[in-house]
Design a protein around this ligand. Structure first.
Ligand SMILES: Nc1ncnc2c1ncn2[C@@H]1O[C@H](COP(=O)(O)OP(=O)(O)OP(=O)(O)O)[C@@H](O)[C@H]1O
Length: 293
């Protein structure tokens, strides 16, 4: 049984599209990246999973239970890091975390302290006194303190500095090691590639691609950049659509037989060559273009 399963999930806000026909599944113990730009429908999907809003049609199930009808049962086992963090401004971090803990049975107070130390949070500070990043850290601790079976994060690194982002990634990997399932929404492809096992890409409310994260890294072309003093001859010999970067450099995408390319290149004096996997940003565009066809 999948931990999360959505089938043809649609949400319209009046006439306005939220998400359309969103179907994916997340298996136990995996880190699932949900990638899409602003307005793609990530938060809408998450809010349906949490039972905060109801779908217009389709189904969403967590641990086999219906997110709309059995939300109160499901939520006991979920930790949620919201995209935007807003709590009562005059409560302290300590008060807030204790209040959160009171919703669950058997929360280990030592674990809360440990989490505050990891994220360098001052428990005595009032919420309004915290910076955006520190507010985010409170939300992260609040999502983790009851050791949920499923952690749902909506753009969790927003506002965190690189050191804290790494600490969050370390904790997420540790949790995965302990069998926790993680749903990780982001618009930053590189962090999804660093962390996740599987992914779904969402664009304008629709899932355009799902798969294993390796598929993102090994998309079937290479980005090649060549530097040569015989640039005109190089262009004539290659006969491949390319971009001229300057007087001696061209770059192009290549998905054919690499031996054929090397044979052609051996005829020309090459000063430098860079052969790279496409960046995730390029992949994003490729998948998007694929989705549009
Ligand atoms: N309460 C609402 N009323 C009307 N439209 C909404 C509402 N909430 C979201 N939408 C619309 O639904 C679409 C999906 O928005 P959503 O917030 O789910 O995207 P997102 O991928 O989370 O984007 P972001 O990264 O900017 O948070 C957008 O077009 C948005 O304008």
């Amino acid at each position: 049984m999948s931990v999360i399963e959505t089938r043809n999930l649609c949400k319209y806000y009046g006439k306005h599209r939220g998400i359309v026909d969103v179907s994916f599944s997340v298996e136990e113990g995996e880190i699932f990246g949900f990638i899409g730009p602003n307005g793609a429908g990530k938060t809408t999907t998450i809010r349906i999973l949490l039972g905060l809003i109801f779908p217009t049609s389709g189904t969403a199930r967590i641990f086999g239970k219906d997110c709309t009808r059995e939300g109160h049962e499901i939520r006991k086992e979920i930790g949620y890091v919201p995209g935007e963090v807003n709590y009562y401004s005059s409560v302290t971090v300590d008060e807030l975390l204790n209040y959160s803990a009171s919703f669950y049975d058997r929360v280990d107070k030592k674990y809360i302290k440990e989490l505050c130390e990891i994220f360098e949070l001052d428990p005595k500070k009032k919420f309004r006194e915290l910076s955006t990043g520190n507010k985010k850290k409170v939300a992260i601790v609040q999502a983790l303190l009851h050791k949920p079976k499923l952690l749902i994060c909506d753009e969790p690194t927003n506002g965190l500095d690189p050191i804290m982002q790494n600490r969050l990634f370390e904790i997420i990997r540790e949790l995965k090691g302990q069998g926790t399932t993680i749903f990780f929404s982001s618009h930053i492809l590189s962090e999804v590639q660093k962390l996740c096992d599987e992914f779904a890409m969402i664009k304008e409310g629709k899932v355009v691609k799902t798969g294993k994260i390796e598929q993102l890294a090994g998309f079937n072309y290479k980005s090649i950049t060549l530097q040569s003093r015989q640039i005109d001859e190089l262009e004539r010999t290659l006969k491949i659509p390319h971009r001229r970067i300057d007087d001696s450099t061209i770059s192009f995408k290549y998905s054919g037989d690499i031996n054929e390319l090397l044979k052609k290149l051996s005829e020309i004096q090459i000063e430098n060559i860079w052969i790279e996997d496409p960046s995730l940003e390029e992949l994003f565009l490729s998948f998007y273009e694929e989705g549009e066809r």
